[in-house]
Design a protein around this ligand. Structure first.
Ligand code: C5P
Length: 213
């Protein structure tokens, strides 16, 4: 079974997807981390085409299932788990993610991983619309912009107005891009997490998953 969780930055997708995967014993797939790896490569080799970098990147995602155990992201044999979370990489990720060649390479890899078998919780922007339109359950997670910025500032540091401004820029880019813009699939369940606790959100998705299996 595949559960697709899409939505804007800061809606709580990663935390929720990880917790749902743990609760159901599924494997967690963080597709944003893959775009972040391409962004990091592009910052380190600005003269190279992002699409070429995306095709050559060897990205290993070690999904965390144990509690408190962060996922390890390995790019070309280098542990980049921390490096891909910087604000600079976040901004660059949404730029390289607009490149159709980058998307093609990443989507192909994501489909390969999922097709290899097993049960997945895949999280991103285009899982329910492009990567896996046949997902048994699609959830589109949202929260108010202020709530999303507050959560991100608490998690990653930084002052609220700056985090909100950067988030607004990234949201606009992700929603307006020509290729695979951030939109909810027609058959996605929309879940606004503003004012809900993590446990409440996870419980709702687990119940939905059990009834869609
Ligand atoms: O989810 P996360 O913030 O790690 O994603 C980083 C960036 O990667 C997003 O801003 C978005 O531009 C891009 N992305 C995407 N499609 C996905 C996952 C992430 O375009 N499936």
């Amino acid at each position: 079974m595949l559960i697709a969780i899409d939505g804007p930055a800061g809606a709580g997708k990663s935390t929720v997807a990880r917790a749902v995967a743990k609760s159901l014993g599924f494997t967690y797939l963080d597709t944003g981390a893959m775009y972040r790896c391409v962004a990091l490569m592009s910052l380190q080799a600005p003269s190279r085409e992002p699409a070429g970098l995306a095709q050559s990147a060897r990205i290993e995602l070690e999904g965390a299932v144990a509690e408190g155990d962060p996922d390890r992201i390995v790019l070309d044999d280098r542990d980049v788990t921390q490096a891909i979370r910087s604000p600079e990489v976040s901004q660059t990720a949404s730029l390289v993610a607009a490149d159709p060649g980058v998307r093609e390479a990443m989507v192909a890899r994501q489909r390969e991983l999922i097709a290899a078998g097993g049960d997945w919780v895949a999280e991103g922007r285009d899982i329910g619309t492009v990567v896996a339109p046949n997902a048994e359950l699609k959830v589109f997670l949202t929260a108010s912009p202020e709530e999303r910025a507050r959560r991100r500032a608490a998690e990653l540091g930084g002052d609220l107005p700056t985090v909100l401004a950067e988030q607004t820029m990234r949201d606009a880019r992700d929603s307006a891009r020509e290729h695979s813009p951030l939109v909810a699939a027609d058959d996605a369940v929309r879940l606004d997490t503003t004012g809900l606790t993590l446990d409440q959100v996870v419980q709702r998705i687990v119940v939905l998953a059990r009834s869609s299996a």
